[in-house]
Design a protein around this ligand. Sequence first.
Ligand SMILES: O=C(O)CCC(=O)C(=O)O
Ligand SMILES: [Fe+2]
Length: 336
Amino acid sequence: MTAVATATPTLPDHLADSRHHVLDLTLRDARAAHALAASCLETYKAADDRRFLDEAPVLAHELPLPVRRHLNSARRDEATHVTVIRGNVVDQAALGPTPAHWSEADTEASQVYGCLLVLYAALLGDVTGWATQQAGRLVTDILPSKGFETSLISASSELELAWHTEDAFSPYRADWVGLFALRNAAEVPTTVAHVDARRVPERVRAVLSEPRFVALPDAAHEFADGPAGDLVPILEGHPDLPVLRIDRDFFRAREGDAEAAGALAWITAHLDANLTDVVVPTGAVCFVDNRNVVHGRRRFRAGFDGGDRWLKRVNLVRDLRRTRPGRLDGATRVIG
Ligand SMILES: O=C(O)CCC(=O)C(=O)O
Ligand SMILES: [Fe+2]
C-alpha cells in the first residue's frame, strides 16, 4: 500500500511531519518579496502603520505565487501545525546588533522585516496586539534580555520556555502566531506539541471539555489589577480535531476538583511526550497554528554580544470582529 499524506488527524506517526508545511523560496522569489516589503516601508514608514495594516491584505496579492499558495493552504487546512517559509533575505550587516531589550528593538533597519511579516500574515488573517504587552506594539520582538534568563517570558534563555497556547487566558487570543527569525545562528529550536485525539481516554476528554480550569494571564502581560483567572475548558471543537487551550505554567485545575487535576496531569504528560523541535533558522518565517498546537522554546545560552537570536512576532486572527469586545473602539487593533 502506498502511504498518502492526507493531513488528517489520523495520520500515522511517521507522517506527522506532513503537518509541518515548509516552503523554500527561490532567491528570485525571496528578492521579490523583500522588494515588495521595502516599497511598503517607503510608502507607510513603519511596519505597524495603521493604513499599512489595513491595506496589507490587498498589497499581499503582489507576493510571489508560491508564497500565496503556501499560505492559502495553511489558512484552509484545519490540521496544519506550522507553516514555514524559509530563505527570506536578511542582510545581517545592515540589520545591526541584536538589541538588549524589546523596547530598543523597533529599529529602522528591522522595519522592512516587520513589513514582510505583516504582508505574509495578511494572507492568513488580521494582526492584533495587546495593550498589556510590549507597550501595545503590533509587531513585537523576541530576544534574550539580561536579568530575564530564567524568567517565564520569551526574553528568557537559560530556562526552557514551557509550551503554551499563545495568550491562552484570553478569548481574544490569536489563531496564528507569526515568527520571523531575523537572526538564529545557533538554530535554537522553537517547540510544538499537539493532542493526539486517538489517545485521549474518553473520561479525560470529557473533563477537559468542561470549564473546570483556571486560566491565569501569563507573565508576558502586565495587568494593573492582577490576574482574573477565568474558568475555561482545555479542549473545544470536534473531538477528532480538538482546539487546544492550555499553558503549562499558567493553568490550574479549579480549587478542590481532583478529577480536573487528574485530567490536567494527563494532558500535561501527553503534551510533554509529544513535544517536537521546529527550528526557525535565520531568514525563516513560521506561522504556528495556535488552535492545533502549543509552542515553546528550548533553553539556550545567550551571549548578550549583539549576535543573539532575534525574532519579530505578530498575532493574527481569522476574524477581527471576534475580538471587538476586547478592543476600546473599532479602529484599534490593540486588545485591552
Ligand atoms: O522564541 C520562540 O521560538 C517562541 C517564543 C514564544 O513562544 C513567544 O514569544 O510567545
Ligand atoms: Fe508563545
